[in-house]
Design a protein around this ligand. Structure first.
Ligand code: PLP
Length: 437
């Protein structure tokens, strides 16, 4: 892959169906950013007018981002990415409550998953809630997992791999009720708080009621909503105590040290406006395109499954199991035809382990390794979908014909999840026994 382009190099022509990994910067966003990379280069913390001018534009961008979640500008902290926002929320809740327990799920993005793993190694307690076969969560599980020493419940709003949505507003209320109950018994009690990783949601679902909900912390990331990479947001509900995670200067009202990524913040402000304007396009045109894509594939190909609860998903995401085929083989062939899609999250690509999200949904490793995620956006056209639909079915047929796991293979005559899991587990046990001998 080229990282720099010279004059003679052709522009990459791709059909980009991987918008949950990242999105193209909207031309309007780019345009808004340019002055801040050229003439308006002052440091927003400087006391003179040239710096104050830039600070004023950051304030405008903050108000635009706040509008996306129905909040006030003071509730918005700019960070460097979604990962930092996630890490900050968890760390801050642990610090401000002094409690030692975290509730999360088995299907979080690595930003939360690896941080909570690390915290566990440091001695904190972590409860990771399971999900159902359709990727949904039982509210009763959440309720039962919260303890008196729980500092924070962190549950993503939309899963990046399957698009499955969790009822985070209801969960936030459960958490708030628990907090109030503990505080009534002991006025010194702080927490638990509720954080949601909402990185996949802006522009896809309506977030304007967030500030009226009981959500205490919410993370977003610029590059998932047509702003540049390297800028994130942490929404912190009014009157919720928060401590810095990146410690340094007094930027972001003392909540996040480090000179602001000015141009990207300005771009994110414009992207937030566009996300609000384009919400209906996402919920109608993009959703219809996604549904047409899935229906066409289901009609053309046997042994394929749409993962995640159909009605409770982001409108732009389609995660499909192509039984008897390795996703890596599909992706390589799609790449050769100029189609970008992915298996799992971009942050875990290259790992041979089946996706932790699909595994948590009870899928066998074999089926989990056959799953491809397609994710669409405002910039996806009908022509893109038509092209993908022309390429994918014959490609799957060809790969299945070569695969020892093809549907005609006697072993697979009655492809059965339980039997396949048992078989794989047996092979794994034999391998481990051989290694340990
Ligand atoms: N959370 C979710 C659900 C994501 O999908 C991602 C990115 O893929 C992140 C967090 C991390 O965001 P960033 O890449 O801005 O650090």
């Amino acid at each position: 892959m080229h990282v720099s382009r010279n004059e003679n190099e052709p522009r990459p022509e791709v059909v980009y169906l991987d918008n949950n990994a990242t999105t193209r910067v909207a031309p309007e966003v780019f345009e808004a950013m340019v002055p801040f990379l050229t003439e308006y280069y002052g440091n927003p913390s400087s006391a003179y007018g040239f710096g104050k001018l830039v600070e004023g534009h950051i304030m405008e961008a903050r108000a635009k981002v706040a509008a996306l979640v129905g909040a006030t500008a003071k509730e918005i902290i700019f960070t460097s990415c979604g990962t930092e926002s996630d890490n900050m929320a968890i760390w801050s809740a642990l610090q401000t409550t002094g409690k030692m327990h975290i509730v999360t799920t088995q299907v979080e993005h690595s930003a939360i998953m690896n941080q909570t793993d690390q915290l566990e190694r440091m001695g904190f307690g972590v409860t990771r809630l399971p999900v159902q076969a359709d990727g949904t969560l039982l509210l009763s599980d959440v309720e039962n997992a919260i303890r008196d020493d729980t500092a924070v419940v962190s549950i993503m709003w939309a899963n990046n791999e399957t698009g499955v949505l969790f009822p985070v507003e209801e969960i936030a209320t459960i958490v708030k009720n628990k907090r109030e109950q503990l505080t009534a018994a002991n006025p010194k009690n702080k927490g638990p708080f509720f954080h949601t990783d909402a990185v996949q949601t802006p522009g896809k679902i309506d977030l304007t009621h967030v500030a009226k909900s009981d959500i205490d912390f919410l993370s977003m990331s610029g590059h998932k909503l047509h702003a540049p990479k390297g800028v994130g947001v942490l929404y912190v509900k009014k009157r919720t105590k928060v401590v810095p995670y990146v410690i340094g200067g007094g930027q972001e009202r003392g909540k996040r040290g480090g000179t602001e990524n000015v141009a990207s913040i300005i771009g994110l402000g414009r992207a937030a406006e566009l996300a609000l304007e384009r919400l209906s396009d996402e919920q109608t045109r993009v959703r219809a395109m996604r549904d047409r894509f899935e229906e066409a594939l289901l009609q053309r190909l046997p042994h394929i499954y749409i993962n995640g609860k159909r009605e409770q998903r982001l409108p732009n995401t389609s995660n499909i199991a192509f039984d008897f085929v390795e996703a890596e083989a599909i992706l390589m062939r799609l790449d050769r035809r100029g189609i970008c899609a992915s298996s799992g999250s971009a942050c875990t690509t290259g790992s041979l382990d089946p996706s932790h999200v699909l595994s948590a949904m009870g899928m066998t490793p074999a089926r989990a390794r056959s799953c491809v995620r397609f994710s669409f956006s405002h910039y996806t056209s009908d022509a893109d979908i038509n092209y993908a639909l022309e390429i994918i079915p014959p490609m799957i047929e060809e790969l299945r014909a070569m695969s020892p796991l093809g549907p005609e293979h006697t072993d697979n005559f009655n492809y059965d999840v339980e039997a396949s899991r048992a078989k794989e587990e047996k092979i794994m046990a034999q391998t481990m026994a051989a290694i340990n001998e």
